[in-house]
Each structure stands twice: as structure tokens, then as C-alpha cells.
Design a protein around this ligand. Structure first.
Ligand SMILES: [Fe+2]
Length: 289
């Protein structure tokens, strides 16, 4: 199986957020690609689509969703999938991502990425839906490991086994959130390196990095700060196994005004260094990436 399921390495990107529109459109900073939250643009027209079109003039854009609820009590509606398809025609996203989670019940969106039980039944449900969505939309689906704060006593396997088995059985990609691995490992007391070592690396089509808030007893995945060094270390360990893969910084709270050039250059420097060295031995003077 080819690396990234044959999908392109887009380089280093940043989540497209409203406070940066003016700067991005005026300065066109050297960010390799942007990621959008699909649901923010699944509308008929207006300013969001106008801005998206201006961004698309210069940048590759990938679509990331938060409402698929692939493990929920009901599958995503035809209307929702039609909205995704319409937006895909606009962005020409090379893959379509959402989360291993559930977030809706009939008649209500709970607006949170709630964890799934890691069971045979949940594997069966998610695999069937993932296959159907991937076939229906004609794009590679990539599901993301979510951060979590509770787990189900009914789970019969570790999270890494659950996402690996779904990805293999449905033949989908993984959007691998390295910060989420770190957060979940901290909150649940498992080894994040064991998690990374055991997933199907050739299925990782994109990586997420983000900052979080450590409250001591547990970590909240706030996306409100810089990526910490232990997460960079875990990222290094990951791309030693995947090879170069599109990497994106998520920053959603306390957003610095000029995050795009700051993070774009910052991440690019780290990532370029890693690309040069990922097969080489770790030097004594290299404490992080
Ligand atoms: Fe993420």
C-alpha cells in the first residue's frame, strides 16, 4: 500500500479562521494549504463563500467536518452528504475528513465530538457507514482520532486497535491528530507511543497538531496555545513511520491575530528539518524536532 494511500503531501498548513481572513487575503502568506470546517461553508452564498473563493485563488484547501456523527444512532442524512458534495465541487478537496465520534441524535446536534465505545458492534456500524459515504461521495474519507475525557466500560479493545480495524476494513484514511493521542493518553493513562506505533501508518493522509490546556489531573483539548514539546516529540515519532505527510496546526481559541504567517513559518521550519532527518539518527543536541 503506498504512503498516504497515494494522496499528495500538501506540506504544512493552518486551519482557516475568520480573524485571519483580512491578513491572508491581503498578504497571501506562505502557508502550504488551509483546512476549513466544512459546515461553516455549507450554505447558499454570502460572505463565507466569497472569502473561501478568494482563498482558493491562491491555496489548496482541504475539508474537515464536525457533524458527520459517523457512530451516532442514525447515519448521516442524504441532505448532509449532498451539502458536502456541493462544497467539494468548489474546494476540490483531495480527501474529506471527520471524526471517530458521535455528535447527533434525531432532531438534535449536540455540538460536541463524543467518544465511541470500542466494541465489535461499533466497528461494524462505523465501517458500513464509512464505506457507503466514501463510495457515495467518490472521495477518500479520512477519520480522526478524537480527544476524550471518559471511556466506556463496555469497550473491549484499545482505541488504536479500534481505529486501525475500522480504517483497514472500510479502506479509508486516517486523519491522525497527534495532540489528541497525547491528550487521551494523559487522561486515560495509556502509552501514546504504543498508540502511534500500532496504527496503519500508510493510511495516515493528514496530521493535526494543536495546543491544549493542562489542568493537572487531566488535559482539555482547547486548541488555544502553541504545540508543546512532548507533542512535537510524538509528531517526530509519527512521521518517522509515515514519511512526509500533510501537517496542519489547529488553533481555535485565544487566536493570535497573525497566526497564519507565524505558525506557517514556525511549523514549516520544524517540518523541513524533520523531512531532512526523519530516517537519520537522533543527535544528542536535538532535544525536540
Ligand atoms: Fe484535530
Amino acid at each position: 500500500m503506498p504512503h498516504r494511500l497515494g494522496l499528495p503531501d500538501l506540506g504544512v498548513g493552518v486551519g482557516l479562521r475568520v480573524p485571519h481572513y483580512r491578513h491572508i487575503l491581503a498578504e497571501r502568506p506562505p502557508v502550504d494549504f488551509f483546512e476549513i470546517i466544512s459546515e461553516n461553508f455549507m450554505i447558499q452564498g454570502g460572505k463565507p463563500l466569497h472569502h473561501l473563493d478568494r482563498v482558493l485563488e491562491t491555496y489548496r484547501v482541504v475539508q474537515h467536518g464536525v457533524s458527520m456523527s459517523i457512530g451516532g444512532p442514525t447515519p448521516p442524512s442524504d441532505e448532509y452528504l449532498a451539502g458536502l458534495r456541493k462544497l467539494m465541487a468548489r474546494t476540490r478537496t483531495p480527501w474529506l475528513s471527520d471524526h471517530f465520534c458521535w455528535c447527533a441524535v434525531p432532531g438534535a446536534n449536540l455540538h460536541d465530538l463524543l467518544p465511541l465505545p470500542f466494541t465489535e458492534e461499533a466497528i461494524s456500524v462505523v465501517v458500513d457507514r464509512a464505506k457507503r459515504i466514501q463510495d457515495t461521495l467518490g472521495v477518500r474519507l479520512a477519520l480522526e482520532n478524537a480527544s476524550s475525557y471518559m471511556s466506556f466500560t463496555s469497550s473491549t479493545m484499545p482505541e488504536w486497535e479500534f481505529i486501525s480495524r475500522v480504517a483497514d476494513a472500510a479502506d479509508i484514511g486516517l486523519l491522525f491528530d497527534v495532540n489528541n493521542v497525547y491528550v487521551a493518553a494523559y487522561n486515560h493513562g495509556f502509552d501514546p507511543y504504543e498508540f502511534v506505533a500500532n496504527v496503519p501508518h500508510e493510511r495516515i493522509v493528514q496530521i493535526h497538531l494543536a495546543g491544549h490546556t493542562n489542568l493537572g489531573k487531566y488535559i482539555i483539548d482547547t486548541h488555544s496555545d502553541h504545540v508543546i514539546d512532548p507533542v512535537w516529540d510524538l509528531y517526530r515519532f509519527t512521521i518517522e513511520r509515515t514519511g512526509p505527510v500533510s501537517t496542519l496546526i489547529e488553533w481555535d481559541d485565544d487566536i493570535p491575530r497573525n497566526i497564519a504567517p507565524v505558525l506557517g513559518n514556525f511549523v514549516r521550519g520544524r517540518y523541513t528539518k524533520r523531512r531532512e532527518q526523519w530516517r537519520g539518527p537522533r543527535r544528542d543536541d536535538e532535544t525536540t524536532l
